[in-house]
Design a protein around this ligand. Structure first.
Ligand SMILES: [Cu+2]
Length: 288
């Protein structure tokens, strides 16, 4: 009995130390929490069909066994209206219910939809490069490579593009992955409701250095975020055309660092360029 009782706990521990499942099951923001609820509710609804069907299969096999003389065999039987009704109506209801849940959740959790909060949202512009991430903070006038710092409890409006091939911006504990594409701008609204360090990644295979395309997300108290931005401003290299091109050309994994200044309209220019910095590089691992 004791062993039985501890088994689910062991299983949960094993899951939570795994690679992917724990992040999805351990949301740190409202969007990821909504997605977890949808995941678990859909699973419960589907198990509501799967479990009775498995039990019925076992029960029928047992009842109609060769040695059971009490079971009535009807070799000529072909149609039952009641059975047809059951067989068609239950899956239909499940599909309507699952579809309804998905429809409501996909509107509630629409990436473009601003999150409700008393805090004023901040904007972070994201540019996917080969194979690193550039985060631009237009309001703070700073930029960061491979490390995203955000204030906890504050909605973040991400505007996402790519200066190269298609990538996918994904912070599992905050929710919703979205594609980064050259010449386009995707919008994503996320929020961390507690301080913490989370993993961010490209969830879409994009070439040779893709496995290094991870970044750290540090959700910090708003005051600490303001201090970080103020401390970064004016420090280190400036982000401009030349340093952007140099960054685009760099290969391999890059240790996080920051830029102390960003020219106004930088992100819009990066979107207009539609992948230009990478076309200037030496074809690192790509065709033509
Ligand atoms: Cu894909």
């Amino acid at each position: 009995m004791l062993i039985r009782a501890t088994r689910p706990a062991v299983l949960l521990t094993a899951l939570s130390t795994g690679a992917c499942a724990p992040a999805l099951l351990d949301p740190a923001g409202p969007v990821a929490a909504g997605e977890k609820t949808l995941l678990i509710n859909s699973l419960a609804v589907m198990l509501g069909i799967v479990v009775p069907v498995i039990l019925a299969t076992i029960a029928f096999a047992w009842w109609f066994r060769a040695s059971n003389t009490r079971a009535r065999h009807l070799p000529e039987w072909s149609y039952s209206g009641k059975l047809e009704l059951l067989v068609w109506s239950v899956p239909l209801l499940v599909i309507i219910f699952l579809g309804g849940m998905g429809w409501v959740a996909s509107h509630d959790l629409d990436p473009q939809r601003p999150l409700a909060s008393r805090q004023k949202p901040i904007t972070v512009q994201v540019i996917a490069l080969d194979w690193k991430w550039l985060f631009v903070y237009p309001e703070q006038g700073v930029a960061s490579v491979n490390r995203l710092v955000i204030p906890a409890g504050t909605p973040v409006q991400f505007r996402i593009t790519s200066a190269t091939v298609m990538n996918s911006f994904f912070v599992p504990q905050l929710g919703s992955q979205i594609y980064a594409m050259a010449g386009m701008e995707a919008k994503l609204n996320l929020m961390a409701d507690r301080p913490g360090r989370f993993r961010g990644l490209s969830a879409h295979y994009s070439g040779e250095g893709f496995s290094d395309m991870d970044f750290t997300v540090d959700a910090v108290p708003p005051r600490q975020f303001a201090a970080w931005a103020a401390g970064t401003k004016g420090q280190g290299p400036a982000l401009n055309g030349a340093s952007y091109l140099a960054l685009a050309k760099q290969h391999g994994s890059i240790a996080p660092f920051t830029y102390g200044s960003v020219p106004p309209g930088f992100f819009a220019a990066a979107v207009r360029q539609a992948g230009a910095p990478v076309h200037e590089t030496d074809n690192g691992g790509r065709e033509s």
